[in-house]
Design a protein around this ligand. Structure first.
Ligand code: FE
Length: 281
């Protein structure tokens, strides 16, 4: 595909997601934000939620705060109704993304709604640089039709949520304080996907389904591969596969984190709790 010789990113480590529950009894698989993988700078959390049993998710996430980072919800099936304390509300539908910059503070609810019983999607937390943790909250929201799909020669399909591919497909999510590339890739069995990624970006692959190899590592469903440095990534599907390829510029800043607040030091965390309790969000 590309005749230039590029150094390929290898697998630095493999991590399996862990079953847990959050919100009002929502069962999910946590992949980043566990003891095994506390963070992958600038990413603070990755949850995979998928179920065909509404009991697993219908309790949803009643009103809760966030400060100091961004929450990125990408839905594959079902719907999530959201509402915040500033009057922003809507329904995220299958194939759509909500990129919420919580900044100095948002109190919101995220309530799944049944659609043929199914719910599936991901929530990723992206840290904000110290200088932008207290910016005004804002949203970027795109439905399925607004996310460009790149179909490559070999039937590899790439949905570009953020960032730009080497073929020039650009995601709709832009102007990020923390630059991120977020791709959803569908690979038929036996096919490979190659892509250059910005130098220095920390990168992971999360396998939604199937089985892939990256360098000499084999990745199975609901596992994450943290990749080492290199100019490009090459992923080959052993069976029909779907995966997220996510890369971000590391912040290399201190992290003070408690529950829904992610700041740079303890004093800022204390302030966050005080501000929230005093209704200053
Ligand atoms: Fe939330």
């Amino acid at each position: 595909m590309n005749s230039e010789v590029k150094t390929l990113r290898t697998v630095k480590r493999l991590v399996r997601g862990q079953e847990t529950a959050d919100g009002d009894g929502v069962r999910l698989t946590r992949v980043i934000g566990t003891h095994q993988l506390l963070q992958l700078d600038p990413f603070l959390l990755l949850d995979d939620f998928r179920s065909d049993n509404p009991d697993d998710y219908i309790g949803g996430f009643p009103p809760h705060p966030h400060r100091g980072f961004e929450t990125v919800t990408y839905l594959l099936a079902g719907q999530v109704e959201h509402r915040d304390n500033a009057g922003h509300a809507g329904v995220l539908k299958a194939g759509g993304v909500q990129w919420m910059t919580a900044g100095r503070g948002v109190v919101h609810s995220e309530m799944p709604m049944q659609e043929n019983g199914l719910l599936a999607g991901f929530q990723l937390w992206v840290n904000l640089p110290a200088a932008q943790k207290m910016i005004k909250p804002h949203y970027q929201e795109f439905d399925q039709a607004s996310i460009p799909q790149e179909v490559r020669d070999d039937d590899v399909v790439v949905r570009v949520i953020a960032g730009e591919t080497s073929l020039g497909t650009r995601g709709p999510v832009v102007d990020l304080a923390t630059p991120v590339t977020y791709l959803d890739i569908t690979l038929p069995a036996g096919r490979s996907f190659s892509e250059s990624l910005p130098d220095g970006y920390n990168t992971f692959v999360y396998l939604i389904e199937g089985e892939v190899t990256i360098d000499d590592g084999t990745l199975t469903a609901q596992s994450l591969a943290e990749l080492g440095e290199g100019e490009a990534v090459e992923i080959t599907a052993a069976s029909s596969s779907r995966l997220l390829l996510v890369a971000g510029e590391p912040l290399n800043e201190p992290i003070a984190r408690r529950g829904p607040f992610v700041m740079n030091n303890e004093a800022e965390l204390t302030q966050a709790f005080e501000d929230y309790q005093a209704g200053r969000f």
